[in-house]
Design a protein. Structure first.
Ligand code: COA
Length: 156
């Protein structure tokens, strides 16, 4: 997490600022507590050789009260290989499958074309431009369980 939070190539498209290692450690503590309090949170993803690709998860949306948000961050060495799409699909399947959620939200910077492409491909629809946490330009996405694409095998 410290590595991802301190990487400008990543953060220029996410929070537009770098986090200190202390901030990363505090966020990690919050994320670990989330598993206890909410029963959900972030997973680490690795490739078939065991290299850490990034993290992604399902979490209470800081943007939309009461909603569950899907988010992902991959290390640049692993971009453009379809991994974000594979990860997002697995999370959508989990959310609407075993977790039985009715709706997911997602947020990305309006100019983050790769992330928007991933969200739309796994079934999200653009719901308008907003400000994320009241300050960052944001493209809001939503997906109902009934919108989930059915033309592919379900992840196991
Ligand atoms: C956004 C991100 C998750 C995409 O990961 P990825 O593994 O490269 O995504 P995928 O390979 O599954 O798909 C990306 C798609 O966007 C397209 N794409 C990539 N860069 C693009 C660009 N600059 N403009 C338009 N499309 C672009 C790719 O061509 C691909 O579409 P295709 O398969 O139809 O060709 C990754 O770049 C990332 O982690 N970025 C930093 C963090 C971030 O932005 N997180 C999201 C914040 S909510």
């Amino acid at each position: 997490m410290c590595e991802i939070d301190a990487d400008w190539e990543i953060q220029r498209t996410v929070f537009r600022r770098l986090a200190s290692s202390e901030e990363s450690e505090r966020r990690l503590a919050r994320w670990l507590a989330m598993w206890e309090e909410q029963g959900t949170g972030f997973w680490l993803f690795s490739d078939a050789d065991g290299n850490l690709v990034g993290h992604a998860g399902l979490f209470p949306s800081p943007q939309t009260a009461g909603a569950t948000e899907l988010g992902y961050i991959l290390k640049p060495a692993f971009w453009k290989r379809g991994y974000a799409t594979e990860i997002a699909r697995a999370l959508v399947d989990l959310a609407f499958g075993d977790l039985g959620l009715d709706e997911l939200v997602a947020n990305t910077m309006p100019e983050n074309a790769a992330s928007r492409r991933v969200l739309e491909r796994v079934g999200f629809s653009f719901a308008g431009e907003t400000l994320y946490k009241g300050e960052l330009p944001n493209a809001a996405y939503r997906m109902k369980s009934t919108d989930r694409p059915r033309d592919r095998p379900t992840a196991t």
